[in-house]
Design a protein around this ligand. Structure first.
Ligand SMILES: [Zn+2]
Length: 391
């Protein structure tokens, strides 16, 4: 039992289950200098799970440590698999909500990649909010304000308010939902769409490298719905996407569209089942690290190296937990913005796939299994015949 209440449902019944000390605060801020990368700020993960809604969150999270720096590189749009998913999702939203000619607002829209897709229909208008917006022209019908949502008022009432991969960063997510509800002009009744990583994937399907400092919360469909309900919105639908790795939710305010229709909710295992899974995770992380340390030692002994494909959160967490035993691990990424830069904490330099043929690679570790096929194809085209396996 902990003194900290569940961030999603407010319950006081929170059990701690996994501690990871000294992980990088920003997995996605890479450094141009090895020493600076090694000196990057670190924080602790002290993960708890709510016995009522199954929500997982970091009890040791300190919002003071998190300041989104320039150089933040978390765009996933370089991957064809992710790009195809984003296009499919945008089309689904446009069709189901009839967004042609409507106004779409996106919170934490990055450089506007997704907002442009949702606003691709005839007469659609988009307004995005993101302090990390680098400028440039997002398109004639899309405007991006380089600020946090809610700071300045919206003039035109939105028909859809979306937020993708933002809520898990908030230290008070229910307050954030309340703010979203209150920041729309009086009289407007938009549909709210929210997408977050799915904690079931980490708990049940082995995504153990997903626990990172930047994510305060790890939602399941029940805890996400509880969070929106606490924020004063009525949840109409929750569902899994991207091979179960993401969770989507739609909600409306009082008197919003589809009032009275029954909610369609994704099924979630009972919370005691989730508590059992969480309790086993610490052991699982230790088992996997022992297994990969042995394998790395064997390959190092033979003079080879291991390509660690994917230098996002999962790759950074994995290599940091491996520590010095992961020294022959070479981080690889297809995103050209990352090439030549150093990973926070371990300070290892990211290379382009094209650099691999000269590196005596004996094993390719795929950090995200959803990209396994795409990566195996690239590895073969590079003429590397090392096994390609998931971590
Ligand atoms: Zn809860």
């Amino acid at each position: 039992m902990s003194a900290t209440a569940c961030l999603a449902c407010g319950s006081a019944r929170v059990e701690r289950f996994l501690e990871l000390r000294g992980v990088p605060v920003f997995c996605n801020v890479l450094w141009s200098d090895r020493a600076a990368a090694q000196a990057a700020p670190r924080g602790d993960l002290d993960l708890g799970i709510c016995a009522d809604c199954g929500h997982v969150f970091n009890l040791a999270f300190d919002p003071e440590l998190v300041r989104y720096a320039e150089g933040y590189e978390n765009s996933l749009h370089h991957s064809p698999r992710f790009q195809a998913y984003a296009e499919e999702l945008a089309l689904d939203l446009r069709r189901r909500h009839g967004l042609d000619g409507k106004h779409v607002v996106e919170i934490a829209c990055g450089q506007g990649d997704f907002l442009k897709l949702v606003c691709a229909g005839q007469g659609s208008v988009g307004t995005g909010f993101d302090p990390s917006f680098r400028g440039g022209d997002p398109g004639a019908n899309v405007a991006i304000r380089p600020e946090y949502f809610g700071v300045s008022p919206l003039v035109r009432a939105p028909d859809l308010v979306c937020s993708r991969h933002a809520l898990e960063h908030m230290d008070t997510p229910a307050d954030f939902v309340r703010m979203m509800r209150q920041a729309v002009p009086a009289g407007s009744s938009p549909v709210y769409f929210c997408e977050v990583p799915n904690s079931l994937y980490s708990l049940r399907d082995g995504g153990v490298w997903d626990f990172i400092y930047e994510h305060v919360s790890y939602f399941n469909a029940r805890s996400l719905a509880a969070c929106f309900a606490r924020g004063g919105l009525r949840v109409t639908r929750t569902w899994e996407t991207f091979a179960g790795q993401f969770l989507c939710l739609e909600a409306v305010g009082e008197g919003g569209p589809a009032a009275g229709a029954p909610a369609q909710l994704a099924s979630v295992p009972a919370s005691d089942e989730l508590l059992t899974l969480a309790a086993g995770l610490g052991t699982e992380v230790d088992r996997l690290l022992v297994q990969w340390r042995d394998e790395f030692a064997r390959i190092a002994g033979a003079g080879g190296r291991v390509a660690v494909w994917g230098s996002g959160s999962k790759g950074v967490t994995f290599l940091n937990l491996m520590g010095p035993d992961g020294a022959i691990g070479v981080p690889v990424d297809i995103n050209p913005a990352k090439h030549g830069l150093f990973l926070p904490g371990v300070g290892r330099q990211v290379v382009a796939p094209e650099a691999l043929p000269g590196l005596d690679i004996r094993l390719v570790l795929v950090m995200n299994p959803v990209y396994a096929e795409e990566i195996a194809g690239m590895v073969r085209r590079l003429g590397i015949d090392a096994p390609v396996v998931g971590v």
